[in-house]
Design a protein around this ligand. Structure first.
Ligand SMILES: [Zn+2]
Length: 149
């Protein structure tokens, strides 16, 4: 396990269900060490805000992987600026609301429906755009005040 920050490893930041793309993803990670470390420090901050470990489901993506999973062509995953995760000790909806209310900076925070559950997409930036996604590639504005969490 190669630790990047105290709670995040290279292995989880390069995780994918598509083994055929793993090598290219690890290459991208090695070429972008500084950006990867920054992204992991953001995830450390989010982990602290919500008080729950994060299970990373997808972080760095190669172009090929992104097409295979129908990701956005301008996805921040392609430039080592985004991670998808599921909080392991808290509902994703609750965690989403807490991140928004904390005032922590993000480019995009997306609540994505996946199967029976949800995951959170965090993208580096300052815009603080909040979105909801019912299926891959489809997004609508998401008003966190309506959640009531
Ligand atoms: Zn994402």
């Amino acid at each position: 396990m190669t630790e990047i920050t105290p709670h995040f490893t290279l292995q989880e930041m390069t995780t994918t269900d598509y083994e055929e793309f793993k090598t290219s993803i690890v290459k991208i990670a090695n070429k972008n060490k500084e950006k990867l470390e920054k992204l992991c420090w953001h995830l450390e901050a989010i982990r602290a805000i919500i008080g729950s470990p994060l299970a990373i489901t997808s972080a760095i993506r190669s172009k090929e992987l992104n097409s295979a999973i129908k990701g956005s062509k301008t996805s921040q995953h392609l430039v080592v600026e985004a991670a998808d995760f599921i909080p392991t000790k808290k509902s994703a909806i609750m965690a989403f609301s807490e991140i928004v209310k904390s005032g922590y900076p993000f480019g995009q925070l997306i609540l994505e429906k996946r199967g029976i559950g949800y995951l959170i997409h965090f993208g580096v930036g300052e815009k603080r755009q909040t979105l909801f996604s019912k299926e891959a590639g489809k997004y609508e504005p998401y008003d966190v005040s309506k959640v009531g969490a």
